[in-house]
Design a protein around this ligand. Sequence first.
Ligand code: FPP
Length: 276
Amino acid sequence: MLRGGGVAGAERTQDRMLKELFRNGSSREVDAPSEAQLAAMIEPAKLPKHIAVIMDGNGRWAQRRGLPRFAGHRQGIESLREITRACGELGIEILTVYAFSTENWERPKEEVNFLLNLLDEVLDRELPELHANGVRVRIIGRRSSLPPSLVKKIEAAEQLTAANNKLILNVGFNYGGRAEIVDAVKRAVSKARRGDLVEDDIDEEWLSREMYTGGMADPDLLIRTGGESRISNFLLWQLAYAEIWFTPVYWPEFRRVHLLQALVDYQQRERRFGRV
Ligand code: FPP
């Protein structure tokens, strides 16, 4: 609870602060609530189970500073570390982030190589802390076009952390929402040919299980940083009923306070899932 003015006073303060909150990018930063005030507004019972994040704006963050784009990707690791820690502390069950899309191969070769090496490096450097903190790491996306040494490292990381249950961290890498659906359909056709699948087996639950996130709750909240307001082929199936929160903040600058802003905003929304 916020201090001062009793319960009614605290509620008025909260109302005022909520009006100042980022709502799809519009905020008067000057009166924005502090991290501690936001933390006090969080209702643990109303937290999302699964948060998805499109980590955008790395290149622009770097270019604004006269740095090469890859400096933004490297700085983005700091944000990912902080947000993963914060999700663990808040008791979020699943965090799914978009690190490399099936379309990102079109970027300059040096940038593509940088991102491939960055995942390799992150798996080496961050895995001990992630494992020690009970984080189950999964890399979701098509593996066939990744370097075999990276695939081995991915498999080792997934195996090492498979039994962890504090937080699931899904990293989308060579991930595409349409590719994921295409792959599921192809597997279905193969199964049907072998006689292991009939038309009546196929329903929404079945298809959900066939996704890379099979068996997990769908994201309740999608956060996109960097000022764009689109989904960019991320979790197309799973985001059907997600609340979406866009912020102009570039990913390398995204901190716990911004996550709390998104969560407080999310908690004000009424989720109807198509009902009235
Ligand atoms: C989008 O920003 C970001 C990416 C394509 C890469 C995201 C990678 C990280 C945040 C680092 C974490 C990486 C791993 C491997 C775990 P952009 O480059 O499109 O930025 P722009 O829109 O400003 O150009």
